[in-house]
Design a binder for this molecule. Structure first.
Ligand code: GAP
Length: 446
Protein backbone atom coordinates (compact mmCIF):
# COMPACT_ATOMS: atom_id res chain seq x y z
CA UNK A 1 0.00 0.00 0.00
CA UNK A 2 2.82 2.41 0.96
CA UNK A 3 4.73 1.52 -2.21
CA UNK A 4 1.49 1.98 -4.06
CA UNK A 5 1.05 5.50 -2.64
CA UNK A 6 4.62 6.38 -3.59
CA UNK A 7 4.15 5.30 -7.22
CA UNK A 8 0.81 7.14 -7.38
CA UNK A 9 2.45 10.34 -6.14
CA UNK A 10 5.32 10.03 -8.62
CA UNK A 11 2.80 9.46 -11.43
CA UNK A 12 0.65 12.42 -10.36
CA UNK A 13 3.69 14.71 -10.13
CA UNK A 14 4.67 13.77 -13.65
CA UNK A 15 1.15 13.84 -15.16
CA UNK A 16 0.34 17.27 -13.73
CA UNK A 17 3.68 19.01 -14.31
CA UNK A 18 5.09 19.02 -10.78
CA UNK A 19 8.25 16.89 -11.17
CA UNK A 20 9.98 15.31 -14.19
CA UNK A 21 13.06 13.08 -14.37
CA UNK A 22 16.30 15.02 -14.92
CA UNK A 23 17.73 14.95 -18.50
CA UNK A 24 14.81 12.67 -19.33
CA UNK A 25 14.95 12.81 -23.15
CA UNK A 26 18.50 11.40 -22.90
CA UNK A 27 17.41 8.50 -20.73
CA UNK A 28 17.60 10.38 -17.42
CA UNK A 29 20.41 11.03 -14.96
CA UNK A 30 19.98 9.05 -11.74
CA UNK A 31 18.94 11.08 -8.66
CA UNK A 32 18.49 14.35 -10.55
CA UNK A 33 14.97 15.72 -10.91
CA UNK A 34 13.44 18.75 -12.65
CA UNK A 35 10.50 20.74 -11.31
CA UNK A 36 7.80 21.46 -13.90
CA UNK A 37 5.56 24.55 -14.09
CA UNK A 38 3.41 23.65 -11.08
CA UNK A 39 6.29 22.15 -9.11
CA UNK A 40 8.30 25.36 -9.53
CA UNK A 41 5.34 27.31 -8.13
CA UNK A 42 4.89 25.05 -5.10
CA UNK A 43 8.61 25.09 -4.39
CA UNK A 44 8.66 28.87 -4.54
CA UNK A 45 5.65 29.14 -2.23
CA UNK A 46 7.41 26.94 0.37
CA UNK A 47 10.59 29.02 0.15
CA UNK A 48 8.68 32.32 0.30
CA UNK A 49 6.82 31.28 3.48
CA UNK A 50 10.09 30.28 5.15
CA UNK A 51 11.90 33.48 4.07
CA UNK A 52 9.00 35.68 5.07
CA UNK A 53 8.64 34.01 8.50
CA UNK A 54 12.30 34.26 9.44
CA UNK A 55 13.99 36.99 7.39
CA UNK A 56 11.23 39.52 6.77
CA UNK A 57 9.31 39.20 10.03
CA UNK A 58 12.22 39.06 12.49
CA UNK A 59 14.74 41.68 13.39
CA UNK A 60 17.54 39.42 14.65
CA UNK A 61 17.72 37.29 11.47
CA UNK A 62 19.23 38.49 8.18
CA UNK A 63 19.38 36.79 4.78
CA UNK A 64 22.35 35.73 2.65
CA UNK A 65 22.94 34.36 -0.86
CA UNK A 66 26.45 32.93 -1.05
CA UNK A 67 28.29 31.02 -3.81
CA UNK A 68 27.64 27.37 -4.46
CA UNK A 69 31.26 26.64 -5.43
CA UNK A 70 33.70 27.27 -2.63
CA UNK A 71 37.43 27.20 -1.88
CA UNK A 72 38.96 23.84 -0.97
CA UNK A 73 40.15 25.24 2.39
CA UNK A 74 36.54 25.87 3.43
CA UNK A 75 35.98 22.13 3.46
CA UNK A 76 39.35 21.35 5.03
CA UNK A 77 38.27 23.58 7.91
CA UNK A 78 34.71 22.25 8.08
CA UNK A 79 35.95 18.65 8.17
CA UNK A 80 34.00 17.66 5.04
CA UNK A 81 37.06 16.67 2.99
CA UNK A 82 38.20 14.35 5.72
CA UNK A 83 34.98 13.19 7.30
CA UNK A 84 32.04 13.58 4.90
CA UNK A 85 32.16 9.97 3.81
CA UNK A 86 29.93 6.95 3.62
CA UNK A 87 31.22 3.46 4.36
CA UNK A 88 30.30 1.30 1.39
CA UNK A 89 30.26 -2.43 1.00
CA UNK A 90 29.88 -4.55 -2.15
CA UNK A 91 27.56 -7.54 -2.15
CA UNK A 92 29.65 -10.50 -3.44
CA UNK A 93 26.51 -12.12 -4.92
CA UNK A 94 24.57 -9.39 -6.78
CA UNK A 95 27.59 -7.01 -7.02
CA UNK A 96 25.52 -4.02 -5.92
CA UNK A 97 27.08 -1.42 -3.58
CA UNK A 98 25.42 -0.31 -0.31
CA UNK A 99 25.94 2.02 2.63
CA UNK A 100 26.78 -0.33 5.44
CA UNK A 101 24.93 1.78 8.05
CA UNK A 102 21.70 1.33 6.07
CA UNK A 103 21.86 -2.49 5.85
CA UNK A 104 20.14 -4.78 8.32
CA UNK A 105 22.73 -6.23 10.72
CA UNK A 106 22.10 -9.92 11.34
CA UNK A 107 25.19 -10.90 13.32
CA UNK A 108 28.84 -10.08 14.00
CA UNK A 109 30.18 -8.67 10.69
CA UNK A 110 27.08 -10.04 8.96
CA UNK A 111 24.60 -7.88 7.00
CA UNK A 112 21.61 -8.71 4.82
CA UNK A 113 21.84 -7.55 1.19
CA UNK A 114 18.93 -5.21 0.39
CA UNK A 115 18.81 -6.41 -3.20
CA UNK A 116 19.29 -10.20 -3.24
CA UNK A 117 18.77 -10.84 0.53
CA UNK A 118 21.93 -13.00 0.84
CA UNK A 119 24.46 -12.43 3.63
CA UNK A 120 27.31 -9.94 3.30
CA UNK A 121 30.29 -10.69 5.55
CA UNK A 122 32.07 -7.38 6.20
CA UNK A 123 35.25 -9.17 7.33
CA UNK A 124 35.54 -10.54 3.78
CA UNK A 125 33.88 -7.80 1.65
CA UNK A 126 35.66 -4.95 3.45
CA UNK A 127 33.75 -1.62 3.61
CA UNK A 128 35.45 1.28 1.81
CA UNK A 129 35.19 5.02 2.47
CA UNK A 130 33.59 7.14 -0.23
CA UNK A 131 33.62 10.96 -0.06
CA UNK A 132 30.32 12.64 -0.97
CA UNK A 133 31.80 15.97 -2.09
CA UNK A 134 31.55 17.02 -5.75
CA UNK A 135 34.66 18.66 -7.14
CA UNK A 136 34.92 20.88 -10.19
CA UNK A 137 37.71 22.56 -12.14
CA UNK A 138 37.50 26.35 -11.75
CA UNK A 139 40.77 27.10 -13.54
CA UNK A 140 40.73 28.87 -16.92
CA UNK A 141 42.98 26.21 -18.45
CA UNK A 142 42.53 22.47 -18.46
CA UNK A 143 46.26 21.74 -18.21
CA UNK A 144 46.57 23.65 -14.94
CA UNK A 145 43.46 22.55 -13.08
CA UNK A 146 42.39 24.30 -9.92
CA UNK A 147 39.57 22.75 -7.98
CA UNK A 148 36.65 24.19 -6.11
CA UNK A 149 33.95 22.17 -4.41
CA UNK A 150 30.18 22.32 -4.71
CA UNK A 151 28.94 22.97 -1.19
CA UNK A 152 27.28 19.96 0.48
CA UNK A 153 25.32 22.30 2.80
CA UNK A 154 24.51 26.01 2.48
CA UNK A 155 25.77 26.41 6.07
CA UNK A 156 29.44 26.82 5.07
CA UNK A 157 28.62 29.93 3.01
CA UNK A 158 27.14 31.40 6.19
CA UNK A 159 30.12 30.57 8.44
CA UNK A 160 32.68 32.07 6.05
CA UNK A 161 30.58 35.27 5.87
CA UNK A 162 29.93 35.56 9.62
CA UNK A 163 32.43 38.39 10.07
CA UNK A 164 31.29 40.23 6.92
CA UNK A 165 27.69 40.17 8.16
CA UNK A 166 28.59 41.24 11.72
CA UNK A 167 30.75 44.12 10.44
CA UNK A 168 28.32 45.36 7.77
CA UNK A 169 25.02 44.97 9.65
CA UNK A 170 26.04 46.24 13.12
CA UNK A 171 24.17 43.43 14.83
CA UNK A 172 24.54 41.95 18.32
CA UNK A 173 23.96 38.35 19.37
CA UNK A 174 21.71 36.49 19.10
CA UNK A 175 22.04 36.85 15.35
CA UNK A 176 20.58 34.49 12.77
CA UNK A 177 21.86 34.28 9.20
CA UNK A 178 19.40 32.56 6.88
CA UNK A 179 20.01 31.15 3.43
CA UNK A 180 18.07 29.23 0.81
CA UNK A 181 20.08 27.54 -1.89
CA UNK A 182 21.32 24.49 -3.69
CA UNK A 183 23.57 21.89 -2.11
CA UNK A 184 25.23 18.88 -3.75
CA UNK A 185 26.16 15.44 -2.49
CA UNK A 186 27.29 12.42 -4.45
CA UNK A 187 24.80 10.25 -2.55
CA UNK A 188 25.16 6.51 -2.87
CA UNK A 189 21.79 5.41 -1.53
CA UNK A 190 19.29 7.09 -3.79
CA UNK A 191 15.79 6.24 -5.01
CA UNK A 192 12.58 7.18 -3.17
CA UNK A 193 11.80 9.97 -5.62
CA UNK A 194 12.99 13.41 -4.47
CA UNK A 195 13.78 12.27 -0.92
CA UNK A 196 17.49 11.81 -1.57
CA UNK A 197 18.96 13.66 -4.54
CA UNK A 198 22.48 14.57 -5.63
CA UNK A 199 21.39 18.16 -6.28
CA UNK A 200 18.87 19.54 -3.79
CA UNK A 201 17.89 22.71 -2.03
CA UNK A 202 18.17 23.66 1.63
CA UNK A 203 16.71 26.37 3.85
CA UNK A 204 19.14 26.87 6.68
CA UNK A 205 19.49 29.28 9.59
CA UNK A 206 22.71 29.55 11.54
CA UNK A 207 21.61 31.17 14.79
CA UNK A 208 24.68 32.52 16.64
CA UNK A 209 24.37 32.83 20.41
CA UNK A 210 26.45 33.20 23.57
CA UNK A 211 27.54 29.70 24.71
CA UNK A 212 25.44 29.87 27.88
CA UNK A 213 22.27 30.50 25.82
CA UNK A 214 22.79 27.59 23.43
CA UNK A 215 20.74 24.94 25.25
CA UNK A 216 17.71 27.17 25.64
CA UNK A 217 17.82 28.37 22.01
CA UNK A 218 18.24 24.81 20.77
CA UNK A 219 15.01 23.80 22.52
CA UNK A 220 13.31 26.92 21.21
CA UNK A 221 14.21 26.11 17.58
CA UNK A 222 13.09 22.47 17.83
CA UNK A 223 9.59 23.64 18.89
CA UNK A 224 9.50 26.60 16.52
CA UNK A 225 10.34 24.50 13.49
CA UNK A 226 7.84 21.76 14.41
CA UNK A 227 5.09 24.40 14.71
CA UNK A 228 6.11 25.92 11.38
CA UNK A 229 5.27 22.71 9.51
CA UNK A 230 1.85 22.51 11.14
CA UNK A 231 0.75 26.15 11.15
CA UNK A 232 2.50 27.59 8.09
CA UNK A 233 2.83 24.59 5.76
CA UNK A 234 -0.34 22.82 6.85
CA UNK A 235 1.10 19.34 7.48
CA UNK A 236 -0.98 17.13 9.75
CA UNK A 237 0.44 16.92 13.27
CA UNK A 238 0.02 13.14 13.30
CA UNK A 239 2.37 12.88 10.30
CA UNK A 240 5.20 14.62 12.18
CA UNK A 241 7.34 13.55 15.13
CA UNK A 242 10.60 14.49 16.84
CA UNK A 243 13.56 12.14 17.19
CA UNK A 244 16.62 13.02 19.21
CA UNK A 245 19.92 11.61 17.92
CA UNK A 246 21.87 9.10 19.97
CA UNK A 247 25.42 10.27 20.77
CA UNK A 248 26.94 7.76 18.34
CA UNK A 249 24.93 9.01 15.34
CA UNK A 250 25.76 12.72 15.74
CA UNK A 251 27.56 14.41 12.83
CA UNK A 252 31.22 15.28 13.51
CA UNK A 253 30.33 18.92 14.30
CA UNK A 254 27.21 18.44 16.46
CA UNK A 255 26.84 18.50 20.26
CA UNK A 256 23.18 17.50 19.97
CA UNK A 257 20.64 17.10 17.19
CA UNK A 258 16.91 16.48 16.87
CA UNK A 259 15.27 15.41 13.64
CA UNK A 260 11.77 16.40 12.65
CA UNK A 261 10.53 13.27 10.94
CA UNK A 262 7.63 12.98 8.51
CA UNK A 263 5.58 9.90 7.78
CA UNK A 264 6.58 9.56 4.09
CA UNK A 265 4.90 6.87 1.93
CA UNK A 266 7.88 4.58 2.66
CA UNK A 267 7.89 5.29 6.42
CA UNK A 268 9.13 7.80 9.00
CA UNK A 269 12.20 9.69 7.78
CA UNK A 270 14.07 12.93 8.34
CA UNK A 271 12.46 16.11 7.07
CA UNK A 272 14.70 18.53 8.96
CA UNK A 273 17.55 18.42 11.47
CA UNK A 274 18.03 20.95 14.26
CA UNK A 275 21.57 20.83 15.65
CA UNK A 276 23.59 22.52 18.33
CA UNK A 277 26.92 22.82 16.46
CA UNK A 278 28.72 24.40 19.43
CA UNK A 279 31.56 26.66 18.27
CA UNK A 280 33.09 23.98 16.04
CA UNK A 281 32.66 25.79 12.72
CA UNK A 282 33.80 29.28 13.67
CA UNK A 283 36.73 27.86 15.64
CA UNK A 284 37.91 25.71 12.72
CA UNK A 285 37.44 28.47 10.11
CA UNK A 286 39.36 30.90 12.37
CA UNK A 287 42.20 28.38 12.64
CA UNK A 288 42.48 27.64 8.92
CA UNK A 289 41.80 31.18 7.60
CA UNK A 290 43.79 32.85 10.43
CA UNK A 291 41.00 35.43 10.77
CA UNK A 292 39.52 36.44 14.08
CA UNK A 293 35.90 35.21 14.17
CA UNK A 294 35.29 35.89 17.85
CA UNK A 295 32.91 38.42 19.40
CA UNK A 296 33.27 40.84 22.30
CA UNK A 297 31.06 40.36 25.35
CA UNK A 298 30.03 43.80 26.64
CA UNK A 299 29.24 42.40 30.10
CA UNK A 300 32.31 40.29 30.83
CA UNK A 301 34.60 42.42 28.59
CA UNK A 302 36.02 39.23 27.15
CA UNK A 303 36.17 37.78 23.67
CA UNK A 304 34.43 34.48 22.94
CA UNK A 305 33.53 32.32 19.95
CA UNK A 306 29.73 32.10 19.54
CA UNK A 307 27.86 28.82 19.56
CA UNK A 308 25.48 28.14 16.72
CA UNK A 309 22.04 26.52 16.61
CA UNK A 310 21.16 25.28 13.17
CA UNK A 311 17.65 24.48 11.93
CA UNK A 312 18.40 22.86 8.57
CA UNK A 313 15.44 22.05 6.31
CA UNK A 314 15.23 20.54 2.84
CA UNK A 315 13.04 22.31 0.27
CA UNK A 316 12.58 19.11 -1.76
CA UNK A 317 11.67 17.00 1.26
CA UNK A 318 9.17 19.65 2.40
CA UNK A 319 7.70 19.60 -1.13
CA UNK A 320 7.45 15.80 -0.99
CA UNK A 321 5.87 15.94 2.49
CA UNK A 322 3.33 18.54 1.34
CA UNK A 323 2.20 16.45 -1.65
CA UNK A 324 2.14 13.22 0.35
CA UNK A 325 0.21 14.81 3.24
CA UNK A 326 -2.33 16.39 0.88
CA UNK A 327 -2.85 13.32 -1.36
CA UNK A 328 -6.35 11.86 -1.03
CA UNK A 329 -8.39 9.33 -2.91
CA UNK A 330 -12.18 9.37 -2.51
CA UNK A 331 -14.94 7.26 -3.97
CA UNK A 332 -17.45 9.50 -5.75
CA UNK A 333 -20.32 7.95 -7.74
CA UNK A 334 -18.39 4.71 -8.13
CA UNK A 335 -15.26 6.46 -9.40
CA UNK A 336 -12.02 7.37 -7.64
CA UNK A 337 -11.47 11.08 -7.20
CA UNK A 338 -7.82 12.06 -6.62
CA UNK A 339 -7.58 15.34 -4.76
CA UNK A 340 -4.67 17.28 -3.30
CA UNK A 341 -6.03 18.90 -0.14
CA UNK A 342 -3.30 21.50 0.00
CA UNK A 343 -3.38 24.50 2.27
CA UNK A 344 -5.09 26.97 -0.12
CA UNK A 345 -2.23 29.49 0.00
CA UNK A 346 0.18 26.80 -1.28
CA UNK A 347 -1.91 25.94 -4.33
CA UNK A 348 -0.57 26.77 -7.78
CA UNK A 349 -3.87 28.52 -8.55
CA UNK A 350 -6.25 29.85 -5.94
CA UNK A 351 -9.09 29.52 -8.45
CA UNK A 352 -9.82 28.15 -11.94
CA UNK A 353 -12.42 29.60 -14.32
CA UNK A 354 -14.30 27.59 -16.95
CA UNK A 355 -16.88 28.67 -19.51
CA UNK A 356 -19.52 25.93 -19.68
CA UNK A 357 -19.85 26.38 -23.45
CA UNK A 358 -16.94 27.26 -25.68
CA UNK A 359 -18.98 28.22 -28.70
CA UNK A 360 -20.87 31.14 -27.15
CA UNK A 361 -18.69 34.24 -27.57
CA UNK A 362 -20.49 36.38 -24.92
CA UNK A 363 -20.09 33.58 -22.41
CA UNK A 364 -16.39 33.09 -23.19
CA UNK A 365 -15.90 36.85 -22.97
CA UNK A 366 -17.55 37.00 -19.52
CA UNK A 367 -15.52 34.02 -18.27
CA UNK A 368 -12.29 35.64 -19.50
CA UNK A 369 -13.19 38.91 -17.82
CA UNK A 370 -13.82 37.16 -14.50
CA UNK A 371 -10.53 35.29 -14.95
CA UNK A 372 -8.63 38.57 -15.57
CA UNK A 373 -10.20 40.20 -12.50
CA UNK A 374 -9.07 37.26 -10.35
CA UNK A 375 -5.65 37.04 -12.00
CA UNK A 376 -5.05 40.66 -11.14
CA UNK A 377 -5.16 39.71 -7.44
CA UNK A 378 -4.35 35.99 -7.16
CA UNK A 379 -2.78 33.14 -9.15
CA UNK A 380 -5.57 31.74 -11.33
CA UNK A 381 -6.12 29.46 -14.29
CA UNK A 382 -8.49 29.62 -17.27
CA UNK A 383 -9.37 26.34 -18.92
CA UNK A 384 -11.79 25.51 -21.72
CA UNK A 385 -10.07 22.41 -23.07
CA UNK A 386 -12.49 19.74 -21.90
CA UNK A 387 -15.86 18.80 -20.51
CA UNK A 388 -16.65 20.22 -17.08
CA UNK A 389 -16.13 16.90 -15.23
CA UNK A 390 -12.68 16.55 -16.72
CA UNK A 391 -11.78 20.15 -15.84
CA UNK A 392 -12.84 19.64 -12.20
CA UNK A 393 -10.77 16.45 -12.02
CA UNK A 394 -7.70 18.24 -13.33
CA UNK A 395 -8.00 21.05 -10.77
CA UNK A 396 -8.69 18.59 -7.90
CA UNK A 397 -5.48 16.76 -8.74
CA UNK A 398 -3.40 19.91 -8.51
CA UNK A 399 -5.17 21.19 -5.39
CA UNK A 400 -6.97 24.29 -6.72
CA UNK A 401 -9.27 25.31 -3.82
CA UNK A 402 -12.07 26.86 -5.93
CA UNK A 403 -13.50 26.33 -9.42
CA UNK A 404 -15.79 28.89 -11.04
CA UNK A 405 -18.11 27.95 -13.85
CA UNK A 406 -19.70 30.55 -16.10
CA UNK A 407 -22.88 29.33 -17.81
CA UNK A 408 -25.59 30.77 -20.04
CA UNK A 409 -27.63 31.97 -17.06
CA UNK A 410 -24.60 33.95 -15.86
CA UNK A 411 -25.22 36.31 -18.79
CA UNK A 412 -28.59 37.32 -17.37
CA UNK A 413 -28.49 36.74 -13.60
CA UNK A 414 -24.84 37.95 -13.22
CA UNK A 415 -24.05 34.95 -11.04
CA UNK A 416 -21.55 32.09 -11.36
CA UNK A 417 -21.23 28.64 -9.82
CA UNK A 418 -18.39 28.30 -7.37
CA UNK A 419 -17.28 24.82 -6.27
CA UNK A 420 -15.25 23.95 -3.19
CA UNK A 421 -12.40 21.46 -3.77
CA UNK A 422 -12.76 19.60 -0.48
CA UNK A 423 -16.53 19.39 -0.02
CA UNK A 424 -17.40 19.57 -3.76
CA UNK A 425 -20.34 21.76 -2.65
CA UNK A 426 -21.47 24.25 -5.25
CA UNK A 427 -23.12 27.60 -4.69
CA UNK A 428 -24.23 30.44 -6.89
CA UNK A 429 -22.69 33.79 -6.06
CA UNK A 430 -22.75 37.26 -7.63
CA UNK A 431 -20.05 37.77 -10.22
CA UNK A 432 -18.97 40.87 -8.35
CA UNK A 433 -18.32 38.91 -5.16
CA UNK A 434 -15.95 36.37 -6.73
CA UNK A 435 -12.64 38.08 -5.87
CA UNK A 436 -13.73 38.77 -2.29
CA UNK A 437 -14.93 35.18 -1.90
CA UNK A 438 -11.52 33.80 -2.98
CA UNK A 439 -9.73 36.19 -0.67
CA UNK A 440 -11.83 35.05 2.31
CA UNK A 441 -11.32 31.39 1.47
CA UNK A 442 -7.54 31.68 1.15
CA UNK A 443 -6.98 34.00 4.11
CA UNK A 444 -9.11 31.80 6.43
CA UNK A 445 -6.43 29.13 6.05
CA UNK A 446 -3.33 31.30 5.66
N1 GAP B 1 23.83 21.82 7.57
C1 GAP B 1 23.34 20.64 8.17
C2 GAP B 1 22.91 19.65 7.19
O1 GAP B 1 23.13 19.81 6.00
P1 GAP B 1 21.65 17.36 6.93
O2 GAP B 1 20.82 16.59 7.93
O3 GAP B 1 22.71 16.61 6.21
O4 GAP B 1 22.26 18.59 7.75
C3 GAP B 1 19.67 18.90 6.29
O5 GAP B 1 20.68 18.04 5.87
C4 GAP B 1 18.40 18.69 5.47
O6 GAP B 1 18.71 18.81 4.08
C5 GAP B 1 17.81 17.30 5.63
O7 GAP B 1 16.96 17.22 6.75
C6 GAP B 1 17.02 17.16 4.33
O8 GAP B 1 15.78 17.80 4.43
C7 GAP B 1 17.89 17.90 3.35
N2 GAP B 1 18.76 16.95 2.60
C8 GAP B 1 19.96 16.47 2.99
N3 GAP B 1 20.46 15.64 2.06
C9 GAP B 1 19.55 15.58 1.06
C10 GAP B 1 19.49 14.91 -0.20
N4 GAP B 1 20.48 14.14 -0.63
N5 GAP B 1 18.38 15.09 -1.00
C11 GAP B 1 17.37 15.89 -0.58
N6 GAP B 1 17.40 16.56 0.59
C12 GAP B 1 18.45 16.43 1.40
Amino acid sequence: MAEDKLSKIVALCRRRGFVFGGSEIYGGLGSFWDYGPLGAKLKKRIKDIWWDTYVEKRNEIVGLDSSIIMHEDVFKASGHLEGFTDSLVDCPHCKKRFRIDKLEKIGDNLYKCEECHTNIDSSKSKPRKFNLMLKTNVSATEDEPYYGYLRPETAQGIFVNFKNVMDSMHKKLPLGIAQIGKAFRNEVTTGSFIFRMKEFEQMEIEYFVKPEEADEKYKYWVNERFDFYVSKIGLKKENLRLREHEKDELAHYAKSCTDIEFNFPFGWSELEGIANRGNFDLTEHAKVSKKDLSCFDDETKERFTPYVIEPSAGVDRTFFAVISDAYNEEEVNGKTRVVLKLKPSLAAYYAAVFPLLKNKPELVELAKKIFCDIKDKFPASYDDTGAIGKLYRRQDEIGTPLCITVDVESLTDKKVTIRDRDTMKQERIDTERVVEYIKEKVSQNK
